[in-house]
Design a protein around this ligand. Structure first.
Ligand code: ADP
Length: 602
């Protein structure tokens, strides 16, 4: 109802002024209308009643003007000021301070009330409770249901809010319920009396006013935590602030403001007992607002660290605790991760060391195996070396005899020395091969012609075993047998296979039978087979052929084939064996990947 009245009044007001933003002083007949906006804290009807003495006085004091009183609630009054729809304002001290800040309003007089100590100490908040309520101090309101006019009401909330805050009760946080009722203020008093709330915040002197008018019984309510201020005729629960001001606005003509101010100061006491005096200092109101972070100081509510800390300390503490838990967890995870990675590094290091040890052991075994082969070949080598040496001796002796006989034909001498050179080169070549074979050195992977390696091995083996008959069939293919391997290790494998083949044939009594060597390239692989006509192997022995230390020979080590298999596999190949088809003997097969480049080049 009140709101509706305000809307209608505001519409009339704008229409009356002719144009929305025109100055609001309008002619009414021969008199210019002056609009006074009044905060209707006791409801719209009370405005005319409360301020009629003032209006009459002003009408009389400024005969060329006609003053009208327009009632507003606080937000309506603020809007009217903002829209320049009124010329003067009578409002609460708190509202005035807000208008001063936002609209540039300024006070020209302050009410001098008969109830107050002085115009500077006049308005306070009164907190009313039922007479029998178990509440004594402001702190007792914590958790209670409290009614107030509105967050912007000065006496009807803000003053009491400051007092509560100083008493350690944050009205926004610590009350059980804070209910804003709006104007008229009297309904708060009725609600508390009816038990609808534990306490009510009203502007000072309203309770006395209601008791005087008989609206409420004297004994029904009492003031909570009253502050005795000498000279103050009403009971308050707060300290006192300046009384309401009469306010001029920045668009109001200065001469009109001056005439009105003079009229106000000259006004005698009204029937209600109030008059107007020089404007008070409203700084205390501003200080209260700063404390409450409201009105012009609302910006202080923005998120400062201190404000956050005070308001959300519980949540901040929880966040901090979570942060600590998270940090501890992260540190622990980091710790475990670094422990694991240390363990992993140690394991990798162990693995690397073991691999290195295995490699060294393998190299030693390889070397030992080669020396073993050489050992077995020692008498054959000696025999082999003996031949060129004997030939050299023969030629030397022959030449010596000819020199003794005085027959020194140059052609014969040249032939003899030539033979000596050939034979000594043959001997040197045998020694070079043996030294190379016996050498201890790390294996190397090189691109090499497997066919050439087979040829060299045959030469070395035949030198050492002249009784052996080797039948060699190189590949009749266009593809060169290029593989990636270590020539010396391949030679070692071939030597081993040939020696085993010869041993098997000797055991079978076929030492003279040919040992067949074949090389072919097939499907990206280079295959070299060694087939003998030896004793072969029983199935249970065949199954263990590549096991280390498996041997059937009295002086055998049983390492040759297992080492050979390891060597071939280290070059990505395979070493396998199969009994000969339909006849005695064994075929051992080396398969190595052909080097892709060579294959395509071929
Ligand atoms: P070792 O020759 O010192 O015994 P090897 O590993 O070279 O060691 O051979 C292991 C065993 O495999 C031999 O003792 C032999 O019994 C058998 N073997 C190897 N090659 C042949 C072959 N061509 N024919 C029959 N048996 C063979």
């Amino acid at each position: 109802m009140f709101l509706f009245r305000q809307i209608v009044q505001f519409g009339l007001l704008l229409m009356g002024s002719g144009f929305l933003f025109q100055p609001s002083i309008a002619d009414s007949g021969d008199k210019a209308v002056v609009r006074i906006g009044v905060l209707a804290y006791r409801g719209p009807e009370a405005v005319q009643e409360d301020w009629s003495a003032l209006r009459n006085w002003l009408d009389a004091a400024l005969p060329d003007r006609r003053f009208i009183l327009l009632d507003f609630d606080q937000s309506g009054l603020t809007r009217a000021v903002h829209d320049q729809a009124i010329d003067f304002v009578i409002t609460s001290s708190g509202h005035y301070v807000a208008l001063e800040d936002s609209e540039g309003a300024s006070r020209i007089a302050t009410i001098d009330s008969p109830w107050a100590v002085s115009p500077r100490k006049s308005i306070g908040s009164t907190i009313v409770v039922r007479r029998d309520a178990p509440l004594q101090t402001l702190a007792d309101l914590a958790g209670k249901h409290v009614m107030a006019v509105g967050p912007d009401a000065f006496g009807g909330y803000q003053i009491a809010a400051g007092e509560l805050l100083w008493a350690g009760v944050d009205p926004e946080r610590d009350l059980g319920r804070l209910q804003f009722t709006g104007f008229p203020i009297q309904k708060i008093v009725h609600a508390v009396r009816a038990g609808q709330a534990d306490a009510g915040i009203i502007r000072s002197c309203l309770l006395e006013q209601m008791i005087r008018s008989g609206e409420i019984g004297k004994e029904e309510l009492r003031v909570l935590a009253p502050i005795a201020t000498p000279g103050m005729k009403c009971q308050t629960s707060s300290k006192l602030y300046p009384d309401w001001p009469f306010v001029t606005l920045h668009q109001t003509p200065a001469d009109l403001s001056k005439r009105v101010a003079m009229a106000l100061l000259a006004m005698p006491n009204s029937a209600e007992g109030y008059s107007w005096t020089v404007p008070s200092d409203y700084k205390v109101v501003d200080d209260l607002f700063r404390e409450l972070k409201i009105g012009p100081h609302r910006y202080l509510r923005e998120w400062t660290f201190e404000w956050l800390l005070r308001r959300y300390w519980g949540w901040l503490l929880l966040a901090l605790a979570l942060l600590v838990v998270w940090a501890v967890y992260t540190v622990r995870v980091e710790q475990l991760a670094s422990q694991h990675s240390r363990a992993l590094r140690a394991a990798q290091e162990d693995q690397r060391r073991m691999a290195e040890e295995a490699r060294l052991r393998q190299a030693t075994l390889d070397h030992t195996a080669r020396l073993a082969i050489l050992g077995e070949m020692a008498s054959a080598i000696a025999h082999e070396l003996n031949q060129p040496l004997a030939a050299i001796g023969n030629f030397a002796q022959g030449m010596a005899r000819r020199i003794g006989a005085g027959r020194l034909e140059p052609e014969v001498l040249l032939e003899g020395t030539g033979e000596i050179v050939t034979q000594s080169e043959r001997a040197a070549s045998i020694i070079r091969n043996i030294r190379a074979f016996a050498q201890k050195r790390p294996p190397e992977r090189k691109s090499l012609d497997f066919s050439a390696v087979v040829g060299e091995t045959i030469a070395l083996f035949s030198g050492a075993h002249p009784q052996a008959r080797l039948s060699w069939q190189p590949a009749a293919t266009q593809t060169p047998a290029i593989v990636m391997a270590d020539a010396l290790q391949l030679q070692q494998v071939m030597m081993n296979l040939l020696k085993n083949a010869l041993d098997a044939q000797q055991t079978a009594g076929h030492a003279q039978a040919p040992i067949k060597l074949q090389l072919r390239t097939d499907d990206g692989a280079c295959l070299v087979t060694v087939s003998d006509a030896g004793c072969g192997l029983a199935p249970e022995q065949f199954a263990r052929l590549f096991e280390p230390f498996f041997t059937t020979k009295p002086d055998g080590l049983g390492l040759g084939l297992s080492l050979s298999k390891g060597i071939i596999e280290s070059f990505g190949g395979t070493l396998s064996a199969r009994p000969n088809d339909g006849q005695a003997g064994l075929t051992v097969c080396i398969s190595l990947p052909l080097q892709a480049l060579s294959c395509t080049a071929a």
